[in-house]
Design a protein around this ligand. Structure first.
Ligand code: NI
Length: 173
């Protein structure tokens, strides 16, 4: 079965996601597994809950070549960013065919909770740091296609025409 993702220009992608409460209920546990599956099926390296129709502050990631070690980051917060940045082209599973240059910090420190609610802190570099920053944007309704010449542009964000779609009826976790 193919997992349908929420895609641009759906307005749902522009919502600010809400904090996840602990302990996780069964539905959220199932949702995490669903997100791993959706990420792998769509050949992505990261996926935020909003992209599968849930307005929750969490994302999954696996930047390895083997794609067998998925991780989930719940209620994440970037607590430190390197001064060094790098501009590179990014794409998004929710905006197929579109690519945009985005300037990201080369190193970040992320504070988050694991699925048991335990608070963790982790340092990410390079591609993983980029991926985390991309997913963090999703949690606040931002997308890589909003960037212009590497910088996030509120005007470009607002100028994107958005519509409501019927993705909500396409799947059930
Ligand atoms: Ni994305």
């Amino acid at each position: 079965m193919h997992i349908e993702l929420v895609k641009h220009p759906d307005v749902f992608l522009r919502l600010v996601s809400k904090k996840v409460s602990f302990p996780l209920d069964d539905k959220t546990e199932r949702l995490i597994k669903w997100m791993y599956k959706a990420m792998y099926e769509n050949l992505g390296i990261g996926l935020a809950a909003i992209q599968v129709g849930y307005q929750l502050r969490m994302f999954v990631m696996d930047c390895t070549r083997a794609q067998q070690t998925p991780e989930v980051f719940i209620n994440p917060e970037i607590i430190e960013k390197s001064n060094e940045t790098l501009c590179d082209v990014e794409g998004c599973l929710s905006a197929p065919g579109k690519r945009e240059a985005v300037r990201r910090h080369l190193r970040i420190i992320l504070k988050y909770q694991d699925k048991d609610g335990k608070e963790e802190k982790k340092t990410f570099y390079d591609l993983r740091a980029r991926c985390v920053q991309h997913e963090m944007d999703h949690l606040d309704g931002k997308m890589c296609i909003d960037y212009e010449k590497g910088e996030y542009s509120r005007d470009k964000h607002k100028s994107q025409t958005m519509v409501e779609s019927d993705f909500r009826v396409k799947h059930n976790t």
